[in-house]
Design a protein around this ligand. Structure first.
Ligand code: TYC
Length: 102
């Protein structure tokens, strides 16, 4: 098995180089001031969670300090972070959202 080079009859194996793009974890951080309902709203609006899922994840962040709320390509992760940070700033909440390479 392998790929004949056509001239010499030498058979070389070629490794297919399919490189998956890196993925990025998007995280939200707990703070003492952002209202719980606002965080739930953010998780529903930008991360496609239903109300029960959003509430549960918000409570995890509240108790543990932070949680991964989704894993995305660089561009999508960057967009999510920007959307969350913009909405939080517009409402004057200190909510922080960051991304990190997986
Ligand atoms: N700790 C906040 C409060 O008690 C709620 C909260 C949860 C804030 C998650 C941010 O990412 C967060 N109002």
């Amino acid at each position: 098995p392998g790929d004949d080079d056509g001239e010499s009859g030498v058979v070389l194996d070629t490794k297919p180089v399919t490189k998956r793009p890196p993925l990025y974890k998007v995280m939200i951080l707990n703070d003492d001031y952002t209202p719980m309902e606002f965080v739930v709203h953010v998780l529903e609006r930008f991360f496609g969670l239903n109300h029960a899922q959003a509430f549960e994840l918000m409570l995890t962040v509240h108790k543990k300090g932070l949680a991964v709320v989704g894993v995305f390509s660089f561009e999508v992760a960057e967009t999510k972070v920007t959307q969350v940070m913009d909405l939080a700033r517009r409402h004057q909440h200190p909510l922080q959202c960051t991304m990190e390479k997986e």
